[in-house]
Write a protein that binds this ligand. Structure first.
Ligand code: M6R
Length: 609
């Protein structure tokens, strides 16, 4: 979703803002803009399209010159992507950028129109600019005006603000939507996320709900909503500039696929003690697990798919019932969740609006909550009762790969510990599974190397398809869901995942020679059954790509392509098999000439409902 940056210091502000915005491109956007103090006046440049369009515009109209300003990438919510609707927006002496949604903007707009304010855009943001200017007119003090405005706003927002009367000072405020303040030497920053500022500084403050920051070249002050100063804890990002660069890879997605072996190691190794899972540092103990009767896993997209794999594994090993919910459905279906239940929220960004709402609902109903989150210090991470960080490092590509992989690894760790706590497996079995989980790091590396070429070949056959079907049973079905999402989101080819056994109840009528089928058949106990389903689609003309284990007895002529993964502990096979599914999606999107890392219409972090 929208990205915010701000700068005050000694460098060329336009360059800093545009470079910082480049690092937020992954969030998804359709227009961009900046405002810079030029000789104590605020100058604005904005454009529909990509940052390059903004740069081209400044090339023609003149680059904004100055040392302080704010910038924005917009993912349209109120009003189409256009120059006019792009941020920054101004209300006389106030200019600002906004991430989030103002729910009561219509009534505020009516009020401001009654005060003779005129609006140029369709956005909720312009309403905030005028409201802030309205209060500023009254109180003549930026912080008091910001606080008065915040009292009126309903919804979520992070704002970067400049006042024409206060040159070279940047104000920032957040409610719900994330915002950090980067601390440099003789320069300071604001940003929606750490990658934007890492080139300049690793030190930052995490702005809390309803805090206001005031940045000048020489310092940063933070106030609460009662205008009282707040002492902030300085945080330091523990990754380097390479973590947010492509490092020679053509796309972030393929870089991140290749980072998976390390991501698994970093996530799993620190949580193993004497060969057994140990989640004590995450506030999870054997005793706290014993009494769990029902588990809900709630998440969105790929994170939810990791939850589906988790469901199979937890139910299989710990014999504890698990319900998996799409977060946007969970919160509106009045779920039967309450005391004694455990609600697991999985989220890479830790800021997904629906997942956050689900977490709050679960807490309100008295359930215990566990967050599995990648982004340090994110809202979901901070609000859950228990927390397991995945250590994937920053994931920049919109299509989740390494974050999904480490979410899987944590679901396994958790399942092993739960099963042991409940006495469903003994220590020896638990040690076996834990050791196998550690092995997946090297195994994933082998699978990446071994399946790249064949995935490219398969992709070249898929690029002309209009629609695809992914089928599987059990864990293979759980995996098919993720394979299908990955393909459709970046290749723009329609695809569906279907439980193989359910095909004959309707969907098989779609099968023609033009509908390729990717069949995942890695689980021995279901192999014969899936093979029968593959034969059924093959007999109806489908081109079949079959993914199975080495050594499987693959009937002749059953598939156009057979992609085999090494024999391995079958419960853990999803961690290997997701690799070719990621690669097939990646190479299909590349061969179709798509923008792999920033697929159309999508945002990396979905911070609105
Ligand atoms: O940040 P989150 O993990 O909460 O995001 C959830 C989904 O939006 C996300 O997994 C999405 O489905 C992926 N980008 C798809 O690749």
């Amino acid at each position: 979703m929208c990205g915010i940056v701000g700068y005050v210091g000694y460098r060329d502000c336009s360059d800093v803002l545009v470079s910082a915005l480049t690092k937020l491109e992954y969030r998804g956007y359709d227009s961009a803009g900046i405002a810079v103090f030029e000789n104590d006046k605020i100058a604005v440049a904005k454009s529909k399209g990509k940052l390059q369009d903004l740069k081209d515009k400044m090339e023609i109209e003149g680059k904004l010159q100055g040392f302080a300003g704010i910038g924005h990438t917009r993912w349209a919510t109120h009003g189409e992507p256009s120059d006019i609707n792009s941020h920054p927006h101004s209300g006389k002496r106030v200019t600002l950028v906004h991430n989030g949604i103002i729910e009561n903007y219509t009534e505020l707009k009516d009020f401001l129109i009654s005060k003779k304010r005129e609006f140029l855009s369709d956005t909720d943001t312009e309403v905030v600019a005028h409201l802030l200017d309205y209060y500023y007119n009254k109180v003549q003090d930026p912080i008091t005006a910001i606080i008065d405005t915040m009292q009126e706003l309903k919804g979520s927002f992070a704002l970067g603000i400049v006042f024409a009367d206060y040159p070279n000072v940047v104000y920032a405020v957040r409610r719900e939507s994330p915002l950090i303040v980067g601390i440099g030497k003789d320069e300071n920053f604001i940003a929606s996320d750490v990658p934007a500022i890492i080139k300049y500084t690793k030190d930052y403050y995490l702005l809390e709900h309803d805090e206001i920051a005031v940045l000048s070249k020489n310092g940063v002050e933070v106030f609460d909503i009662h205008n009282q100063p707040v002492q902030k804890e300085l945080k330091t990002a523990d990754w380097d500039v390479d973590a947010v660069g492509k490092c020679g890879y053509p796309h972030y997605m393929i870089k991140e696929i290749n980072e998976q072996p390390n991501a698994i190691k970093n996530t799993v190794s620190p949580r193993i003690k004497d060969g057994l899972p140990c989640l004590e540092e995450c506030n999870i103990t054997t005793d706290s697990l014993k009494d769990i009767k029902q588990i809900y896993v709630v998440a969105c997209g790929s994170a939810m798919h990791a939850g589906v794999v988790g469901q199979y594994v937890i139910e299989e090993l710990a014999r504890t019932p698990v319900t998996v919910d799409i977060a946007s459905e969970f919160k509106y279906r009045n779920p039967l969740v309450g005391e004694g239940d455990l609600v697991i929220i999985i989220s890479q960004s830790g800021e997904t609006a629906d997942s956050l709402a689900a977490l709050r609902l679960a807490k309100n109903r008295g359930a215990k909550t566990l967050a599995i989150v990648n982004a340090m210090g994110s809202t979901i991470a901070r609000e859950a009762d228990m927390l397991i960080y995945t250590h994937a490092g920053p994931e920049i590509s919109v299509a989740s790969t390494k974050a999904y992989m480490v979410q899987l690894s944590v679901m396994y760790l958790f399942a092993f510990e739960l099963a042991l706590a409940k006495g469903r497996i003994d220590e020896e079995k638990c040690r076996y599974y834990t050791a196998k989980l550690l092995e997946t790091s090297d195994m994933v590396k082998n699978v990446i190397d071994a399946s790249t070429e064949i995935s490219q070949k398969i992709s070249s056959k898929l690029i002309t398809a209009d629609s695809l079907l992914y089928i599987g049973r059990g864990l293979d079905y759980a995996l098919s869901m993720e394979g299908s999402l990955k393909l459709k989101e970046i290749s723009y080819i329609h695809s569906e995942s279907y439980a193989a056994g359910e095909l004959k109840h309707g969907t098989i009528s779609l099968i023609t020679k033009d509908m390729p089928v990717i069949a995942v058949a890695t689980q021995s106990d279901l192999y014969e059954k899936t093979v029968s389903n593959i034969k059924e689609v093959k007999a109806r003309g489908a081109k079949v790509i079959m993914i199975c284990q080495e050594g499987n007895d693959v009937p002749k002529d059953i598939a156009n392509y057979v992609l085999q993964v090494p024999k391995f502990e079958e419960l853990l096979l999803p961690m290997l098999v997701c690799v070719p599914l990621q690669l097939i999606a990646y190479y299909t999107a590349v061969q179709r000439g798509n923008d792999v890392d920033q697929p159309r219409n999508l945002a990396k972090s979905v911070t609105v409902e």
